[in-house]
Every structure is written in C-alpha cells, then in structure tokens.
Design a protein around this ligand. Structure first.
Ligand code: SAH
Ligand code: SF4
Ligand code: F3S
Length: 470
C-alpha cells in the first residue's frame, strides 16, 4: 500500500474530536459525571494503546475508576498471545454480566488484539450479549465515533474488519505519572513466526514518521520523563516502508541528540534484522541504555526453521558476541518458547544449553500455546504436557541460578539508578532501575522518586537487587 493510504488524514482525526465533543455534551446535558474503568492486558504496545484509549475517554468527559461496578463504561483492552490470556478476559467478561444487571446503562467495550480475531468476535456476538462495542487495534483511532454510535443507536457495534492498518497521529493520551513513558515507533508485524497471532491481529508493518517520533520524545523529556521506551513488534524493521534509507539505528542517533537527562530503551528486536551497526550506535549514543531484549525463542536450528525465525543458533551467538564486544556492560534479556509442536527433549535441551552459554540477565519463558489460525497450530504435537513442563522447569532452574549469580555480582558495587516509585517493601521502600533495567529496592525517602542516584548495592536475590544511596 502507498504511504498516503496508510497515514490517516488529519481531517479524519479531527472528525473524531467532534465525536468526543458530542459525547461530552451529551453527558453535560444530563449533568452526569461519567467514570470509566479501563483494564489493559498484554504487552507494552497494548499498554501504550490503552493510554491512547484513556486519552480519548478523557476527551469524552470521563474520569477513571478502578471499580468496574461503579463505572459507566468498562473497557477491556485485550491480548491474544496465549490461550491463558484469552481465558482471563472471558472470565472478566463473565463477571461483568453482574455489574451490567445492576446498571443496565453501563457500556461494556472489548478491544485490543483478541477483539480482532474472528473466532472471538463471533463468540462475543453470540454468547456475551452484554458487550456493547467490539473493535480491533486497527480501528483504535475511531473509538470516539464507535462509542457515539453505541450511545446514539443503543445497538451493539462491531468494527473488526481485517485491515492493513493505518498510522494515526495526534490522538490524546493519558500517561502514567512518573518517569516512564512508552512511544510506539511502528505498528504491526510482517514476520509471521509460525506460532504467533500478532501479524493476524495487528496488521502489516508501518513506521511512524521519524519527525513525529522525535517530537514526541522531545516533549516527554521536557515534561520530565526520564525512562523512555521505543516500541514496535520488531523495531529493527523500522523504516523499511519509509523513503530515504532512514532505519532504526538512524532514528536512535537522532533521538540521542535531544538534550536532557534521560535513558532511551527499545523493544523488541528480531535477531534476523539486528545488525552490528545497531550495536555500534547503541554503544556510541550516551542516552541509549546498554540493555537489549533480543528474543531467540529456541536454541535448536530445526525448531527455529519450523518457527520461521530465519536465523540460526550460530547467527544468534555471533550477534551476542559482537554486541558484548562493543558494550561489555550490556544487560541482555530474551524470550523463549518451550514445547513448540514436534519439539523433542533433546531439542528443548539445546535451548537450555544456549541459555547456559549466553548467560542472560533475565529470561521470559513461555510454554507453547496453540493459536487457532496460525501455521503451528496445525502441526502434530506429540509431546505430553508433563514432559514439556519438565523441560520448562529445567530451563527455569538454570536461568534462576544464573540470574541469582549475576545479581550477586552487583553486591558491593556502586551503580547509577533512576528512582521510579514505591516498592511496597518496608525496609527498602523505594523502587528503582539500573540503566540495564534491573530492579533495585532502595532505602531512602520518597522525595528521591524521579531522580537519578548513585547507590551502593548491599544485597540481592534471583529477582532483585537491594541498596542504599551513597
Ligand atoms: N514481537 C516480539 C514478541 C511479541 S510476543 C518479538 O518477536 O520478539 C512476546 C513473546 O510471546 C514472544 O517473544 C514469544 O516468546 C511468546 N509467544 C508468542 N506466541 C506464543 C505462543 N503461541 N505460545 C507461547 N508463547 C508465545
Ligand atoms: Fe510474533 Fe514473530 Fe512478529 Fe514477534 S516477530 S510479533 S513473535 S510474528
Ligand atoms: Fe498480546 Fe497483542 Fe501484545 S496479542 S502480546 S497485546 S500485540
């Protein structure tokens, strides 16, 4: 598709603002003060979407509540990545029948990745009749219009057509207070890893204009955000759809020039597109955190092939070697799937051995979950649940031992951290993050939140470090 067909015209976005005004006026005429309860599931991308949805709700006159029962509108921004994620949402939807019975005027909205699945939309249409509005990620920018339709027609509204997906600039946003912010640099995914639902629900890859991204980061830095994460399903494909050879490393370099005291992070990277140039840029840019989330999924080349990942174990190890050669302090994390259809014990142990060989600072480990509509869901899957669980436990044991050892290595050292909130731990009441995004619980006063500090690490376990300001 042509770029001009992907970027949503400013006039169409402006029209959404008219719907926001209409909804606001409708509540004002009733002298109502509507409250919305918004719950987001899934990845940071979805969290970023949730903040836009809240921005649009705020513009419609809503305030926010944590209590679904008290809310005039309940919105579930869903995730489809594993079966468990979907079950949780159906569970929540079931519970909402009660609040709807108590308050028949309550509007229930289902959006996000699950809503884009035909199977889910059909099930909601037939069996969850209390849901008023259903739309997928591609229709997110039209939320005010869809919501207006619900209020005006009093009918259920579904907007779940399979779309390429656009780019909407200038949507309102409600961010978390504090120091962390998310910035999407691109949307969608073209990779079709055989196990993954994301390309089906998030449409095709499309990159935001670099000027829009830079402007957003600049505003965030000026507003005091200090830990900014650039988001995309595969940020290494950033710019493939832009003219002029402007790719992710160039974007990082440009952002790094923005003056201020802040860290820039990014996720996720795909090993097939990660290059030495990316690592050189990371090493040379002072604002870019020396932290890399590089999912490898499996340590076995046959399984990687079946997953359609398009790199090998050897290529992955080579990338890590290079990255560490230019950034010796690099903090490295990854995602892994155990129990892909047809995976044998020996193949799963190749994954364990890769984890031992690399020594990740932390790992996000998943048991394979079949996603209807993906290629892997059609493959024979002979291994038993018990066997897969055993392999999974073995992997966790290796990684937990490793995380504990790496963390123990920090004890006695002084590191720079950003205090980002309260920890809930009485003895170490502050929570903070290192440049590598390791969690450090701190002694100290609330006043320190939002500041960069030098701290001495005094203790550690598998999941966190403990310290005090020097
Ligand atoms: N775009 C990101 C990943 C997004 S999904 C990337 O490619 O790195 C986050 C993680 O969920 C994936 O890295 C993968 O490890 C896991 N995942 C995706 N589909 C899955 C499935 N069907 N079953 C189990 N884990 C899955
Ligand atoms: Fe899914 Fe692969 Fe795309 Fe990541 S790169 S979102 S795992 S298809
Ligand atoms: Fe889930 Fe959609 Fe993210 S499926 S992991 S919320 S892209």
């Amino acid at each position: 598709m042509k770029r001009e067909e992907i970027v949503i015209p400013a006039a169409d976005i402006a029209r959404q603002r008219d719907f926001q005004e209409k909804i606001k006026a409708m509540f004002a005429a009733r002298q109502a003060h509507p409250a919305a309860c918004v719950e987001t599931f899934g990845c940071q991308q979805n969290v970023a979407d949730g903040q836009r949805l809240m921005g649009m709700l705020e513009a419609c006159g809503f305030t926010f509540t944590e209590e679904a029962r008290e809310a005039d509108l309940v919105l579930l921004n869903t995730c489809a990545i594993r079966e468990h994620a979907e079950q949780r949402v159906f569970g929540n939807l079931g519970i909402l029948t009660h609040s709807k019975r108590e308050n028949p005027e309550q509007v229930i909205v289902l959006c996000g990745c699950m809503a884009q699945e035909e199977r889910v939309a059909r099930r909601v249409r037939e069996s969850y009749r209390h849901v008023d509005l259903v739309f997928g990620p591609q229709a997110l920018w039209r939320f005010p219009e869809l919501l207006w339709q619900v209020y005006e027609t009093k009918k259920r509204v579904f907007s779940v057509a399979d779309e390429h997906g656009g780019i909407a600039e200038g949507l309102p946003v409600v961010r978390e207070r504090g120091v962390k912010a998310w910035v999407s640099v691109m949307y969608g995914c073209n990779n079709f890893c055989s196990y993954c639902i994301v390309p089906y629900v998030r449409g095709r890859e499309r990159s935001r204009d670099p000027r829009a991204v830079m402007e957003e980061v600049r505003q965030l830095v000026e507003a005091g955000y200090k830990d900014i994460t650039l988001l995309g399903q595969n940020v290494n494909s950033y710019g493939n759809d832009l003219e002029g050879g402007f790719h992710f490393p160039e974007l990082l370099e440009e952002i790094d020039r923005i003056p201020g005291d802040y860290w820039i992070r990014f996720m996720s990277s795909h090993p097939k597109d990660a290059t030495p140039r990316l690592f050189d840029v990371m090493a040379n840019c002072p604002h870019v955190a020396k932290q890399l989330h590089l999912p490898f999924q499996s340590g076995n080349n046959r399984v990687l092939g079946e997953m359609n990942r398009r790199y090998t174990r050897e290529k992955y190890l080579e990338l890590i070697r290079y990255a560490r050669s230019v950034m010796p302090e690099l903090v490295l994390t990854s995602d892994v799937i155990i129990g892909f259809p047809g995976e044998t014990e020996a193949e799963a142990m190749d994954t364990v051995s890769l984890v031992e060989e690399v020594g990740f600072d932390a790992l996000f480990t998943f048991l394979y979950s079949p996603r209807p509509g993906t290629r892997a869901a059609e493959l024979p899957d002979p291994a038993s649940r018990e066997d897969k669980q055993r392999w999974f436990d073995r992997l966790l044991e290796v990684q937990n031992g490793h995380s504990a050892r790496i963390h123990a290595g920090y004890v006695g050292k002084t590191v720079r951290v950003l205090a980002d909130g309260e920890s809930g731990d009485e003895a170490f009441p502050l929570s903070s993050r290192t440049e590598g995004n390791r969690l450090v619980r701190l002694k100290g006063d609330k006043e320190l939140i939002g500041r960069f500090l030098d701290v001495r690490i005094t203790g550690s376990n598998t999941w966190a470090l403990y310290g005090e300001p020097v």
